[in-house]
Design a protein around this ligand. Sequence first.
Ligand SMILES: NC(=O)C1=CN([C@@H]2O[C@H](COP(=O)(O)OP(=O)(O)OC[C@H]3O[C@@H](n4cnc5c(N)ncnc54)[C@H](OP(=O)(O)O)[C@@H]3O)[C@@H](O)[C@H]2O)C=CC1
Ligand SMILES: C[C@H]1O[C@H](OP(=O)(O)OP(=O)(O)OC[C@H]2O[C@@H](n3cnc4c(=O)[nH]c(N)nc43)[C@H](O)[C@@H]2O)[C@@H](O)[C@@H](O)C1=O
Length: 325
Amino acid sequence: MTDTSTDFTAGPLDRDAPTYIAGHRGLVGSSLWRHFESEGFSNLIGRTSSELDLKNRDAVFEFFRDTEPQVVVLAAAKVGGILANSTYPVDFLSENLQIQVNVLDAALEQRVSRVLFLGSSCIYPKYAEQPIREDSLLTGLLEPTNDAYAIAKIAGILQIQSVRRQYGLPWISAMPTNLYGPGDNFSPEGSHVLPALIRRYDEAATAGAESVTNWGTGSPRREFLHVDDMASACLHLLEHFDGPQQVNVGTGEDQTIEEIATIVADAVGYEGRIEWDTTKPDGTPRKLLDVSTLRGSGWEPTVGLRDGIRTTVQWYRQNVGHLRE
Ligand SMILES: NC(=O)C1=CN([C@@H]2O[C@H](COP(=O)(O)OP(=O)(O)OC[C@H]3O[C@@H](n4cnc5c(N)ncnc54)[C@H](OP(=O)(O)O)[C@@H]3O)[C@@H](O)[C@H]2O)C=CC1
Ligand SMILES: C[C@H]1O[C@H](OP(=O)(O)OP(=O)(O)OC[C@H]2O[C@@H](n3cnc4c(=O)[nH]c(N)nc43)[C@H](O)[C@@H]2O)[C@@H](O)[C@@H](O)C1=O
């Protein structure tokens, strides 16, 4: 079956159109909200999970009928780091499938004109050639620590492509690399590596601890994008890209986890030793995205890694760290 949605040309979005940001209180959603507001969007719609549980299909359809969004960014999902993903795989599979199927089906009933679905770089095979091109999808086995989450995200890409083929609507998907920034989840067990390190090193610096213990071996490589760059890439794609293939979103540069730990230690002023708990999983050895599609469409990141980590530490100290006992 071919993609029939070929007569659409991406262009500026209507700043007054009802625009639904699903997950608007999360790391990505809150940054999207700030960015869309700063870009003049006057009719943004958001609902918390207690106001609208996106797993509740009837409630989602009723919400779409009431609010009639014309643009939807799907940044609501069950999200977590390597340990949460590997400990609760059925939650990551089932909740994400329910959320995305409900939102995309309701958006289809309303014939929403532009939808952006957010996946993740973990959709690609564990041993994909680096940097990972978009056409590596489904060419090899997944990383077992996040295969359930990845399968849900791959289903989302297929749903976007299927709506394009069957209904000709110009919906798109973006696959972000590991993200960080203000509004992140800093829970020690459930979070991703960067917020976990910021919290651990800040606590160690405050306590004058002689050593900190991080997870795994420190040798895996990861690529990090500041969430405000992610938000600007999302709007850029909605206005400049149309096509069935998911688009990678990243910086095109990566570091070892050990290097990241050193940058965080510098940022918080911690001078003690680093130890590694090798009973914790390393996950995929490397996942550096090929970002030539996005770069070719005229977008590039603006926040350097050291600056981004420094300002995230400041945000953490002002908004989360001071709440500790
Ligand atoms: N963080 C990262 O490093 C990466 C994230 N992504 C993707 O980006 C997107 C956003 O992630 P991120 O911002 O980090 O995640 P967060 O956990 O920070 O935010 C997720 C948001 O989803 C909402 N949500 C979760 N379940 C439900 C539900 N049942 N009903 C309604 N809302 C719900 C939550 O709403 P509420 O706060 O109201 O409870 C929350 O605000 C996700 O699709 C994720 O897969 C991709 C790659 C990397
Ligand atoms: C975005 C992406 O995020 C997840 O994949 P991941 O990249 O493996 O995620 P992570 O950030 O949790 O870990 C990165 C690396 O860092 C190491 N590491 C060290 N010390 C801590 C630590 O304290 N916490 C965590 N979480 N990791 C640590 C850890 O051992 C690993 O080697 C997916 O499940 C999936 O959700 C997904 O799509």
